[in-house]
Design a binder for this molecule. Structure first.
Ligand code: G6P
Length: 614
């Protein structure tokens, strides 16, 4: 978490840093700050709150001096509450060295005790502060900025994406990475370092992704990549291909709304070139080299966090049904710490929008260290998870900025459908005409999503009715049980209404006790193999005076209409693809409810889009 932007060039650094920070606010937004290098003086301004609060602070201080070297930080607090003092950048005792940091210094207590003994005074509650004192302490001995940073990093346990400036060598920025992403942008006579490329592309498309254990030393007209053990690294620059418009709001009030509406296109992009026109079969270039492994896999483990984990649950149903391979879906954070048993030839898929989630990355590494092949389903091209996996599939949903994941989720589902179909082809576990039927239907999904998006006014009206509710239950069965979990998560994340997702039949084993006229229940009930059963569950809720909202499809006239207080009808699709459609009205419902309640949907409290700490 936390967003980092650093600039060294000929332009005024401050506006550039601030605009970069605004793009990175999805990574954290509880405090923000900048450090600027003037003639031998480093000036730091920082505050609790968002980048807009920092801008207000800078404005009210008439802060308009010129500086063309500096950096900024937008924080998601781990150590120390989000107040002005704990905001980054963090100075050393003499205000001569300053650091911004994304990650966690795990051995900060030990380091802090030692540094306090050496006489350093800690002014913040952050773990980051020990890093800056440590650099200072080494600098006193070696009198060389780069060596001091290197020696300090060698003592640090934990994760960092960090940048440091020093008054002693004012024309230099040093940045280093272990576990938290950093990208270097190389422009004409200027360099930008940022947590991700979105802050860089307004200025240059030439980038270099730092790998773990690497640092970059940027001076005027020159940059050097080294390991933190001082070994030189030569690596070609890469060129970013996505456009700026893709990460701007494009006339929508919120990124989340834009991203919900982009789903017909994002799903089309996930499928592009992957369904063979003539025969309807699936071809995924990123998995071609591991065909044999997939064909004979005795078991597949899917690991992910948050929304991506929900996608994994749908993937479990798909793969088991179509490929007849047992699948286990694991929270990445649990998998890595419970000494998992892996059989030879087990395959793990990790799913991640950002490709940077620390727990998912750790699960991936754990599985790799136990000899498993790990394949990725990742959205961000070039991200750490994409690089660490043996093979994989990009979802190509485009940049997702809203903290609550929407289009990334439906692209993950689409990617999982394609992967299941391709494995089924290899294994001959599904007849060719069945596969073709499914891929034909997949190609119709974008148009069906457009029909759901056209229900916006109806969904807004239903949201108005529930504006003041405090709890909500989401129930689904089979393929739509994970959708119930995802619908509830969306509502919690952005509207702060307590919501729970449950398998509909499990309701009678507990949640039914909660049902009364104040408990709205959303049923996800398309006409599929569990339809009749879920109708019984709807009736059970109505019998207890619960308020029922049903998401169903055009085909299912009858019982759901009769027993539902509100009904949202969406186009019908194949059962295995239905989560891609049923999710959409739930996203729209959560969005409208949150907006009606005055919540900041793109930046919900306490959350961050990319969680690069454990
Ligand atoms: C955070 C985000 C979620 C996301 C999860 C996993 O919690 O707020 O929206 O689902 O991380 O992120 P990933 O980038 O790995 O998909």
């Amino acid at each position: 978490m936390c967003g980092i932007v650093a600039y060294l060039g000929n332009k005024q650094a401050l506006p550039l840093i601030l605009s970069g920070l605004r793009k990175l606010e999805y990574r954290g937004y509880d405090s923000a700050g900048v450090a600027l290098m003037f003639d031998n003086e480093i000036v730091v301004r920082k505050t609790a709150g968002k980048v807009s609060d920092l801008e207000a602070l800078l404005g009210s201080n008439g802060y308009d001096k010129d500086a063309n070297i500096g950096f900024g930080h937008t924080r998601w607090a781990t150590h120390g509450e989000p107040n002005d003092t704990n905001a980054h950048p963090v100075f050393d005792d003499n205000n001569e060295i300053v650091v911004i940091h994304n990650g966690i210094i795990e051995n900060y207590k030990v380091l802090k005790t030692r540094l306090e003994r050496e006489g350093y005074q800690f002014r913040t509650d952050t773990d980051t502060e020990c890093l800056v004192h440590l650099i200072r302490s080494h600098y006193k001995n070696v009198m060389d900025f780069e060596t001091a940073v290197r020696l300090a990093l060698a003592e640090v346990d934990g994760t960092y994406g960090m940048c440091v400036l020093s008054k002693f060598e004012p024309d230099k920025i040093i940045a280093a990475r272990r576990g938290s992403p950093l990208v270097l942008g190389v422009g004409e006579d200027e360099y930008i370092i940022a947590s991700d490329a979105t802050a860089i592309i307004p200025h240059t498309r030439q980038v270099l992704y730092l790998l773990d254990g690497e640092m970059v030393i940027v001076t005027r007209n020159k940059f050097e990549i080294k390991t933190i053990h001082d070994e030189k690294i030569e690596r070609e620059l890469e060129v970013i291909t996505f456009d700026l418009e893709e990460i701007e709001k494009g006339g929508y009030e919120h990124f989340m709304l834009k991203e919900i509406n982009e789903q017909p296109d994002s799903i089309t992009n996930t499928m592009r070139g992957r369904i063979i026109k003539d025969n309807g079969l699936v071809k995924l270039g990123g998995l071609i080299n591991v065909t044999e492994k997939l064909k004979y896999a005795p078991r597949i483990i899917i690991s992910a966090c948050g929304t991506a984990w929900h996608a994994g649950l749908v993937g479990e149903y798909m793969i088991e049904q179509m490929c007849k391979i047992p699948v286990e879906v694991e929270y990445a954070s649990e998998f890595r710490y419970r000494n998992p048993v892996l059989y030879p030839n087990d395959i793990m898929f990790v799913i991640s929008q950002s490709g940077e989630t620390a727990d998912t990355l750790a699960a991936l590494k754990e599985a790799k260290s136990r000899g498993a092949d790990v394949y990725g389903i990742v959205n961000v091209v070039g991200s750490t998870i994409a690089r660490e996996t043996h093979a994989g599939v990009y979802t190509h949903a485009g940049p997702e900025i809203g903290v609550a994941s929407t289009k990334a989720f439906t692209s993950q589902l689409t990617g999982l459908a394609l992967i299941s179909l391709m494995i089924a082809q290899y294994r001959n576990s599904l007849p060719h005409d069945e596969i073709k039927k499914i891929t034909d239907e997949l190609l119709r999904i974008p148009d069906k999503i457009k029909q759901i998006l056209a229900l916006n006014d109806q969904i807004l009206e239903i949201a108005r009715i529930f504006k003041f509710c405090q709890h909500m239950l989401y129930l689904g069965r089979g393929y739509n049980f994970p959708v119930a979990l995802e619908g509830a998560l969306k509502l919690k994340e952005i509207s702060y209404i307590h919501a729970e997702g449950y398998p509909a039949a499990e309701m009678k084993h507990g949640p039914i006790a909660l049902i009364d006229q104040n408990m709205p229940v959303i049923f996800i009930a398309p006409k599929d193999s569990t339809y009749e059963k879920i109708i019984s569950n709807i009736r059970e809720v109505k019998a207890r005076k619960g308020v029922v909202i049903t998401i169903t499809d055009f085909d299912s006239d009858g019982p759901s209409e009769e027993y539902s207080d509100y009904i949202i009808k969406i186009p019908h699709t194949l059962e295995m693809l239905s989560p891609i459609l049923t999710t959409i009205p739930l996203q729209m419902f959560a969005y409208h409810l949150a907006v009606l309640r005055g919540c900041n949907v793109d930046q919900p409290r306490n959350l961050a889009k990319s969680v690069t700490v454990e």
